[in-house]
Design a protein around this ligand. Sequence first.
Ligand code: AHR
Length: 533
Amino acid sequence: MNRRTFLKTGTSAAIGALAASRLAFAADTEIVLSPGDPGAVINPHIYGHFIEHLGGVIYDGVWVGRNSSVPNVDGIRKQFVDDMKRIGAPNLRWPGGCFADGYHWRDGIGSAAGRPRTYNFWQRRMPAGLDATETNQFGIHEFVHLCRLLGAEPYVAANVGSGTPQEFHDWVSYCNAPVGTVSLADGRAANGDKEPFGVRYWGVGNESWGCGGTMRPAEYAALYRRFVTQFPAYNEPFLVATGPRGHSADGDIGWTTGFFEAMKGFEPPNGFSLHFYTDLRPTPLKAGDFKAPEWYEVLLRGVRLEKVIEDHWAEMGKFDATHRAKLVIDEWGVWYAPGSEIVPAYILSETITLRDAVHTGMTFDIFNRHAGKIAMANVAQSVNCIHSLFLAQGAQFVRTPVYYVFEMYRPHMGARQVPLSNPVPELTVPALAGQARLPALSASASIRDRRLTVTLTNPSVDAALSVRMRLAGGVRASEARGLILSHPDMRATNTFADPENVKPTTHPVRIVADAVVLDLPQAAVALIECDMV
Ligand code: AHR
């Protein structure tokens, strides 16, 4: 199948724009950028992270221990620290996930030898003969030290499912009270940290409709209020209430309606969590072995996120007209059925391919488009898990193709959004249930000082796309550089044995009068940086 048979224009406007651009530059598509008219700042927190006490995420992925032969900083894997710094990880969510609602923070403080071994929620998912007993060697001190090493904001998920408001409030005081005030603060100092941790982001439970307590929305809303009413405010908190399971067939809009209905007359939370997994577990799709229909199936399911964001935002607005509550998409990623774990004990770890990298680019473009609605987003999960940036086992460590997309999108963080009009043709693609339509290009643009950043994703597995980016408003580019993440094999991945199989390479871009033009190979994510005159 060649590009011409694949590309089908969506609207007559698109046909006009496309025809005009072909005449001038033989481009398949033209996007118009207005760098002179920038919009809102792209909140860096939408490029956030998540680690949970699950399989090989914390133990081995992050925490190797102070006496490990694996290079570490006070027990934390050094390579993880270095690479997370490299992408400017803005925040880190911990300790779960489902683990959070069974976690009692006092188990994770004090001398390492004195910490108890406790039950881990994930025990029931472990393969026969393997266990998940929690050693509590990584607790709140170790977590905050990691955040400080990264320069990332800690985002702590509190235990609502099996904890109490008092336990929650004590944890907040332990973290945030100045020494010499409450005894809990002195306890923190005695455990080695005189300075308050300054944790601002608190999740009040996790998936309270499921592993966090199988509650109904009104039951949870009542508990939420009890948990936050006497919150010890040593700083201005950002409180995140449990939101919907956005990847449910109906988008789980009922949870949002039910929660906000039950919150009528009370102050809405600052954040409302939305989980959206591109959930392939109920399908026969495999993480590392697939053909074109399975490639597109993942991308088609991934872009449903946009409508889910819009629907929940609209529903929240019916009760919270000023939108005090922002969305916090604190779990997202492509989740495949088991079968490609690094080792059996590292449950939920997956082979990450170029397909997942392309999905990441398209997801970030959705986040960027809706940056004003989203206070934070957290990939699930950063290492040795679903949609990970890194795989690690002992001395072995590899960056996945997803890592490189985070690296390429970094310039958008904190830059101002640049409006782009994108009359993009659509692809007609094969998917699991027959043919479907997918935009032939996904894009985001931003500007900081006089540097314009554009990220482009070509989702086609077999058609290159020539792109013309026209700069509106009389602005011109003086210099332009390109980086591309692609591979001739759509299943390409990075392994411990071949860690650099998929990584960005420089890519030619040309300035032609008021435009920047490039050829985008199939299955690619591109970063174009332009210095503006
Ligand atoms: O990220 C893995 C799990 O997915 C989390 O623990 C839970 O919140 C979600 O269901």
